[in-house]
Design a protein around this ligand. Structure first.
Ligand SMILES: Cc1cc2nc3c(=O)[nH]c(=O)nc-3n(C[C@H](O)[C@H](O)[C@H](O)COP(=O)(O)O)c2cc1C
Length: 362
């Protein structure tokens, strides 16, 4: 009976595409199809330097096919949360090196998610300056769920500032590689700076960066190209949210044209992947012609697609087998189960995620 079960388990595991290797490109092969999703954990120092608990936290999860770190700010001005890590000075690079070393020592791969929040910030976090965005807009929610700060007005980036923002992304990418990372994921999702350029609700510009699909996609593409030229395109991934769902962006019927154009342009560049930024990928969006975000990305993008958003192992396996996406990113279950890969492989029960788990960094 026992032997029979073991054999059964062995067969199931071998046949499960989730545990098969995946060649991302000539530089990178993932040992399985399960990616650890980027998750902000606010455990860096006040100077945005990674800490020992972060090193241990990522090292413990190195059996994921690929780890994507929490959003890591590209400059002091990119800040929207206290105690998130950064990648814009030597001290940060030195401590991040310990993270990548620890993950590599455990035979893992790790990309750094590089992040600028744009308007999702507050003058109190920015030395009194208004947050920068594509356009002047208003946000109303609470900053960091804090009870005393409320989001407010943003200012439109000047053309000169756009140039320096692009340069800051490229420098962050170079720093990440210097810190031993296998690549970067550009955070173009979830209503942050790049996404603010991509949606009509937040981009009201009438210059080269607004108004038409090619203009609205320009900033995202320039960031991708700047990073690709510096560290190699095969080490650059991009996270996108074609459907508006977070940080007070309202969807617009015209958004689909912008994202279609962007994805078609990305087909011309040998980047590592496009990753859906979403909490529930079963959601269908009116502005995406009734498709889910991943289905929309898959329709227009020919390279590697990472799905994410409330996936179970069963639905991920099914989606990959049916060709709906190539890899799955798992977020909250990875917080609750540092040994998620082993548990899935052996069909062990999973610990349920609970928001109270965010208080510690196990
Ligand atoms: C605590 C927490 C922090 C997150 N921080 C980030 C982040 O820094 N960058 C990002 O792109 N997504 C972030 N996300 C979204 C996740 O990457 C993922 O898309 C989401 O949790 C859905 O996947 P899941 O259902 O498997 O958890 C965060 C999610 C959680 C729960």
């Amino acid at each position: 009976m026992h032997l029979h079960n073991m054999l059964n388990e062995e067969t199931m595991t071998t046949n499960n595409i989730l545990f098969s290797a995946y060649q991302l490109n000539t530089h990178l092969t993932l040992k399985n199809r399960i990616v650890m999703a980027p998750m902000t954990r606010v455990n860096a120092t006040d100077d945005h330097i990674p800490t020992q608990p972060m090193i241990d936290y990522y090292a413990r999860r190195a059996d994921a096919g690929l780890i994507i770190t929490e959003g890591t700010i590209i400059s002091q001005d990119a800040l929207g949360h206290k105690r998130v890590p950064g990648i814009f000075n030597h001290a940060q690079v030195a401590e991040w090196k310990k993270v990548s070393d620890a993950v590599h020592a455990n035979n893992g791969l790790i990309f750094m998610q590089i992040w600028h929040v744009g308007r999702v910030s507050h003058p109190d976090l920015l030395n009194g300056r208004l947050p920068v965005s594509a356009s002047e807009t208003m946000m109303s929610g609470k900053v960091n769920r804090s009870d005393h700060l409320t989001y407010g007005k943003s200012r439109a980036a000047s053309l000169e500032e756009i140039k320096s923002l692009i340069a800051a992304y490229a420098t962050a990418a170079r720093n990440a590689v210097e810190a031993g990372f296998d690549g970067v994921e550009i955070h173009g999702a979830n209503g942050y700076l790049i996404d603010q350029f991509l949606h009509h609700d937040t981009n009201k510009r009438d210059d080269n960066y607004g108004g038409s699909p090619d203009n609205m996609a320009r900033f995202a593409l320039e960031v991708v190209k700047a990073c690709g030229e510096v560290i190699g395109y095969e080490r650059v991934g991009l996270r996108l949210s074609p459907g508006a769902y977070l940080n007070e962006i309202t969807g617009d019927e015209r958004d689909a044209n912008t994202f279609q154009y962007l994805l078609e342009q990305l087909n011309q560049l040998p980047i590592a992947y496009v990753h859906t930024g979403n909490f529930n990928d079963q959601q269908q969006f009116k502005e995406l012609h009734g498709l889910s975000m991943t289905a929309f990305i898959r329709m227009h993008y020919k390279g590697t697609v990472i799905a994410s958003g409330s996936y179970t192992a069963e639905r991920a396996q099914e989606g990959i087998e049916q060709g709906m996406f190539d890899l799955v990113a798992i977020g909250r279950p990875f917080i609750a189960n540092p040994d998620l890969i082993t548990r899935l492989r052996t069909h062990a029960e999973l610990v349920n995620y609970d928001a109270s788990m965010l208080r510690t960094l196990y």
